[in-house]
Design a protein around this ligand. Sequence first.
Ligand code: NAP
Ligand code: GDD
Length: 350
Amino acid sequence: MKTSFVTGATGQDGSYLIRKLLSEGRRVCALVRRSSTSNMSRLADLTPGRQENGAELQFVPGDLTDGAGLIGILETYEPDEIFNLAAQSDVRESFNVPELTGNVDGLGTLRLLEGIRRLGLEKKTRFYQASTSELFGDVREKPQRETTPFAPRSPYAIAKLYAYWTTVNYREAYGIFACNGILFNHESPLRGENFVTRKITRGAARIREGLQETLRMGNIDSRRDWGHAEDYVEGMFLMLQQDSPDDYVLATGEQHSVREFLEIVFRDLDYDLVWRGTGVDEKGVDRRSGKTLVEIAPEFFRPTEVNYLCGDSSKAREKLGWRPKHSFETLVQDMLKNDVELAKRERANN
Ligand code: NAP
Ligand code: GDD
């Protein structure tokens, strides 16, 4: 039985990836960091121990800032695979906590790779690094692919740049099977509520149920390539099952603005969203009732913004056979259905 060690297990991607690995019959060691209130909500339905198909799940306490602890875990489990998903992953927040972000997202990756090297696991342990389309930042090419130059625009992206090159360096210097998945934005009903898609589906559903007045948004003209997290963890898994290590972009190749996302979600909730005014005074109004649904709130602007991301994932499609199953439409439906049900439950409990 292969052993997979997953960091970031309690996050969106960790939750989908653990299910995938268990379905593949893996023994999964999932890193969970200490918190004063439970951070296990996305894993609540999973029971640790032996699963029906013979797979096994264990939760392991630890933190990416604790190098000695990580080495202890690697020594104990000698994993065949590490999926390094743990990060301070909020780009806006990284401007507030740049040092922490560098420590977790940058040095955290180094700690794991150095652990592999020091324990002599270079030939045994394969390594996946959660790299990001944020590396392309102030984009130098459209669409962005593996060969597009990087131009990071936030402390988050700069920390991830360090992690990206550390992964490449440990592959080249020590022969570790280490891969970067350069993933474009991927969302789901399990997405954190601070990220824009979930903020919109959750907020709009709450407005519909009378639980919230308006959505206060930042730069709504920003454009992203949004896919479904369920598809993206399939790509992560495939990267570590190849004959040789490499770096791959995962993206849909389809792009929408935040403004379009708002329009689609409110349309699906039977509103007729129209835009009035300009700049920070712009408002999204329901044409029928005259109610203001969207306002611009400058506190959500970023000191430096990434305005445009759209990926070319031809390499992953050709070499890994990766094919996303979800469309943009099914992604929005999946998220909205979940958040409408959540808002209805919330209203019923009020
Ligand atoms: P997420 O939901 O924010 O999850 C982040 C995970 O990292 C959580 O489990 C969190 O634990 C954990 N974590 C944070 N700091 C830690 C620390 N010091 N030690 C150990 N664990 C720590 O992120 P996600 O959307 O699943 O993304 C997974 C990874 O892919 C991240 O590295 C992200 O930067 C990267 N990525 C994401 C996207 C995307 O669109 N989702 C695209 C490209 C790359 P708690 O639950 O305790 O907070
Ligand atoms: N979060 C947020 N909140 N973003 C807003 C808002 C708002 O109210 N209004 C507009 N936006 C814009 C942001 O300025 C950004 O341009 C875009 O919506 C997407 O923001 P997020 O959903 O926060 O995601 P992100 O693109 O910054 O980062 C996510 O994707 C990266 C991959 O490209 C995160 O998951 C990163 O961890 C990931 O690496």
